[in-house]
Design a protein around this ligand. Structure first.
Ligand code: NAD
Length: 246
């Protein structure tokens, strides 16, 4: 499905990003596995892709640093020759009630989750324009649509990502670069492992499909948006949330 294509997935050493990297590789894409934290986990993703007969490389970069992003994009193009798919997945949470939220907690979440999407998109655009082809898929969140108490920073960033998806889609369409987003609901990853049993039950009561999502649920929709099946879509945000926010 994605043979000969090159994908860069940010924050791909674990969680949803890892599931996306593995899924795109299963479809034949060469995958650059970006990571900021554990090199071992990124290497494990690379080895899993290679063991499945695919091609992959790991690249350390902070998506919130323009210098890091420039270097990362250059490394991918030098190594794999092109760059067709960017998945802006890297993200963090620093939850706190509004009155307690520190400026640093607000700034760091905006820097990683919103500015990071801007920098990585800007970083790949020249190469995608040269190719006259590109697919950019942003990982937003349903809370960017619905809001969530205790997450003013995260919600502002994710709502910003949904808005930027539309803006970039309009700006880049003439260059045959499509920009779409997925908005996951509650997906079981390190980010949600901290939930108490009570919080988990509370969450399930809000999900019509009656289960938390898996990374693979999101990865399959990202794969669709990266594929030819989504050739006539741009600027859209697809909810992958078991029907939680309609
Ligand atoms: P996770 O914490 O397991 O993974 C996030 C990844 O991003 C990690 O590998 C981390 O190292 C990386 N990262 C963080 N800061 C980075 C930086 N500055 N530069 C590069 N990489 C960085 O979380 P996850 O649940 O897999 O989340 C992935 C994405 O999905 C995030 O954007 C998150 O906001 C979004 N999301 C998650 C859920 C959920 O329920 N898990 C729901 C909605 C949206």
């Amino acid at each position: 499905m994605l043979n000969e294509q090159v994908a860069l997935v940010t924050g791909a050493s674990r969680g949803i990003g890892r599931a996306i990297a593995l899924e795109l590789a299963r479809q034949g894409a060469k995958v650059a596995v970006n990571y900021a934290g554990s090199e071992d986990k990124a290497e494990a993703v690379v080895q899993e892709i290679i063991a499945g007969g695919g091609s992959a490389m790991k690249i350390q970069a902070d998506v919130a640093s323009e210098e890091d992003v420039k270097q990362m994009v250059k490394t991918v193009v030098d190594e794999f020759g092109r760059l067709d798919i960017l998945v802006n997945n890297a993200g963090i949470t620093k939850d706190n009630l509004l009155m307690r939220m520190k400026e640093e907690e607000f700034d760091s979440v905006i820097n990683t989750n919103l500015k990071g999407v801007f920098l990585c998109t800007k970083g790949v655009t020249r190469q995608m324009m040269k190719q006259k082809y590109g697919r950019i898929i942003n990982v937003a969140s349903i809370v960017g649509v619905s809001g969530n108490p205790g997450q003013a920073n995260y919600v502002a960033a994710k709502a910003g990502v949904i808005g930027m998806t539309k803006s970039n889609a309009k700006e880049l369409a003439a260059r045959n670069i499509q920009v779409n987003a997925v908005a996951p609901g509650y997906i079981t990853t390190d980010m949600t492992d901290a939930l108490t049993e009570e919080q988990r039950e509370q969450m399930l009561s809000l999900i019509p499909l009656k289960r938390l999502g898996e990374g693979e649920d999101v990865a399959r929709v990202v794969r669709f948006l990266a594929s030819e099946d989504a050739a006539y879509m741009t600027g859209q945000t697809l909810h992958v949330d078991g029907g939680m926010v309609m």
